[in-house]
Write a new protein. Structure first.
Length: 253
């Protein structure tokens, strides 16, 4: 159970975005619909791509809001605005974690998770949980990593149609083999496209996901930050953002 943030930008990626996102570790909505003492303080991570190539993948444990390493990683992204050339593309995935009951906590279990497949380096961040998939001590994977593995195993390419098909199969597998899920909200990127999917079985007020087009950037976040409109990703739909910043919405379920 977590908060997600993603961006595709042909312009600046402002440092203030990272500050407001980090605030959600303390002030963000929780499954009861409001902040509580625990918040989302069980880990954080950033995956940063420049012109389609992964530049940085940093993860930590604890609260992003109080971790200097999170802000150091955020500043590294933000200062790219200074030396970038016109037309260069930045893609970002960020995550703050609220671990499921019984799940381990540590940087190795902080999202985003990154894996390579067929020449592409994918980053994945998830909000939700598989119902019948506790921490797997045999291979050290938590349920979000299992969902990522299933998604990649069904992914035949990097285009929106490929991701739609893989997402549909992942949903079917999760329902058939893992008893469904509280939610399967996720962000996925290969540095070229950003994908946002939303589906949930309960707590619709918590498993939210919004997106907004700022002209030179498209942002996606579990909660609206830095002036985002509250335009939700519709339940059962995949939102795709390409290198040209055009937004595509496709019904998966």
């Amino acid at each position: 159970m977590c908060r997600l943030f993603g961006a595709v930008s042909l312009g600046p990626v402002y440092y203030e975005l990272f500050e407001e996102f980090a605030d959600l570790a303390v002030m963000g909505n929780t499954p009861r619909g409001g902040p509580d003492e625990r918040g989302h303080r069980d880990g954080w991570g950033l995956a940063f791509y420049r012109n389609g190539s992964l530049v940085d993948h940093v993860r930590g444990v604890g609260s992003a809001e109080g971790d200097p390493q999170y802000f150091k990683a955020a500043w590294k992204v933000a200062k790219t605005n200074i030396d970038r050339k016109a037309g260069e593309r930045l893609v970002l995935l960020a995550h703050i974690r609220r671990a499921s009951a019984g799940a381990p906590v540590g940087p190795e279990w902080s999202h985003p998770f990154v894996e390579s497949r067929a020449g592409r380096t994918w980053a994945f961040a998830h909000n939700g949980g598989l119902n019948d998939c506790p921490w797997r001590e045999d291979d050290g994977r938590i349920d979000s990593q299992v969902a990522f593995r299933v998604l990649l195993s069904n992914l035949d390419g990097g285009g929106p149609e490929d991701v739609v098909a893989a997402t549909r199969t992942t949903v079917e597998t999760a329902r058939r083999e893992y008893g469904g899920y509280s939610a399967l909200n996720f962000l996925l990127t290969d540095g070229e496209h950003l994908y946002a999917f939303r589906d949930y079985e309960k707590d619709s007020d918590y498993y939210t996901l919004y997106y907004d087009d700022f002209g030179e950037a498209v942002l996606v976040c579990s909660q609206t930050i830095l002036g985002m409109r509250d335009d939700p990703v519709v339940k059962g739909f995949l939102v795709s953002v390409g290198p040209d910043l055009k937004i595509r919405r496709t019904k998966v379920l």
